[in-house]
Structure formats: C-alpha cells, structure tokens
Ligand binder design. Sequence first.
Ligand code: A1D88
Length: 259
Amino acid sequence: MTYDTIEITRDDHVATIALDRAENFNTFSTALSRELIEALESVDGDDEVRAVVVEGNGGVLSAGIDLNEHDDFETHREYFDWVEEMERPFRVLTDMRTPVIVGVEGHAAANGLGLVAAADLAVAASDAQMGMTAVNVGLFCTGPGVPLIRTVTEKQALELLLTGELIGAETAKDWGLVNRVVDPDDVHEESMALAESIASKSPVAVQKGKEAFYEAADLEFDKAMDVANEAFATICRTEDAAEGIEAFLEDREPEYTGR
Ligand SMILES: C/C=C/C(=O)SCCNC(=O)CCNC(=O)[C@H](O)C(C)(C)COP(=O)(O)OP(=O)(O)OC[C@H]1O[C@@H](n2cnc3c(N)ncnc32)[C@H](O)[C@@H]1OP(=O)(O)O
C-alpha cells in the first residue's frame, strides 16, 4: 500500500508512522485519518513489528482536524460520519496489541493531543506546546477528551478542554501526559530507544500483558485481579516464558519467537 499523507518506515522490529502533511501542520484531513487508521492496523497485524513510533514530519506533531473541511458538510449525519472517521485512530490505538509511542515536536493540538493521550507512551520536545484548542474556534475537543480523561485528572482535562490554552512539555509531564521530556533534536531517538526496549522483550508477553492492563483498568479491583491472573497464567505457558527464564538463569540474552 502506498500512502500520500503518511510515511511508514521499518527498523528491525520497530515501525515508525510519520504524519506527512507538514505544510498543513500535519492536520487530520479525511485522507490522513484514513491512511493513519490503515497504517496502524497494518503494522499491528504484522508479527515482525513489536513496537510502533508515531510522529510528525516537519517539526510538528499535528494541529488536529483540518478546519478547512468543516464547510464540506451540512447535516448532523454528515458531521457525525466525518468526526467518526477523524476520531477512529483513537479507537484503533486503544485496541492495538502492539505498544505505541508518540513523539511530540512543536505543537500537539486537539486531535494531535488526542494521539498523545491515546498512545501507550509519549516523548515530548522540551519546547513542545500541547492543548485541546478546538474551543478557541467555536468547537470542542469531544473525541480527544475521551483518551484524555483516562490519562489525566478530571480537573486537568477540563482545564485543557474549557480554556483551549496550551501547556508546555514539563507541565504535560507533571500531569502524566508524557513520559519523557528531551531536547527537541532528540525526540525521534528517545522514542526509538523506548520502542527498541519494548521490542527486545517477548512480544507475546508484552501484547497479552498490555491487553490485560487496559482491560483491568476498567474493572473493579477483584475482577481486575482475575483478568491479571488469567493473563499471567496464559503468559506462563508460552515458549517465550520458558526461554526468558532459562536465559536469565543461564545468564545469557533470550531469543524470543513470540510463541
Ligand atoms: C473533535 C475535534 C477534534 C479537532 O481536532 S477540532 C480541530 C481543532 N484544531 C485546532 O483548534 C487547532 C487550531 N490551530 C491552532 O490552535 C494553532 O494553529 C496552533 C496552536 C496549532 C499553532 O499556533 P501557531 O504556531 O501560532 O500557528 P498559526 O499561525 O495559528 O497556524 C499556522 C497555519 O496553520 C493553519 N492551521 C493551524 N491549525 C489548523 C487546522 N487545525 N486546520 C486548518 N488550518 C490550520 C493556520 O490557519 C495558519 O495558516 P496560515 O499560515 O495560512 O495563516
């Protein structure tokens, strides 16, 4: 598959998906959203890919939905179908078995910040600016607010959503929106370092563990422990668990197969 608005590259077990509409602030056009969905699903279905980095070309992650498309629609149904497609990447990110790291350079606004909130990990440039800015143009970051409220506190989410103000990388880190703040030149390298660390682990342990983590997060304590213990019992019976433990006891590097 060839893409017009994104680029996919592979480095061993890590896939990088770069939003590639830098001349348009990497905004979500309908085409970009569709291609991002397709790309995320395709790398997630590739057994060779063990971690994914999402970033933006041109020194910016994304300024959200392309506001130029707003006038293309008229009825409630048309706007619903449009936003459903624009926000689908958050559903895909949340459902993916493969861990995703988002790298933030420049701005991450509205849907751009939604990507950060929906990803598993995030790295930000020290001069990055992030906000739920739709309220500044008479709209509201309804969809990006869904992963946001699962990431920060209600008060923090509402401050972003209601004021439309931008926060810096250090505040985003304090609020738990990003894991690491680095020099702007190092965002890609740091994102790759996290991805490579994950890719060095058993993919079956990582995928089943990630799935159980999110499932348990939505459950009350006892049910969450049941989900966690079911997942651990499944992971214990994999070839990778046998290999990982044997390698540890023999003081050598494990060779994981994902089985
Ligand atoms: C459910 C809803 C989800 C959504 O995603 S709704 C979409 C909401 N999106 C936004 O609210 C973002 C709007 N953009 C901004 O707030 C700002 O931009 C930034 C904070 C991202 C950056 O600010 P600065 O560095 O001052 O740049 P600049 O001069 O505002 O923008 C540069 C050029 O980019 C265009 N642009 C920016 N964002 C969008 C967009 N989302 N859709 C269409 N165009 C956009 C501008 O108009 C301008 O263009 P020109 O250079 O021709 O004046």
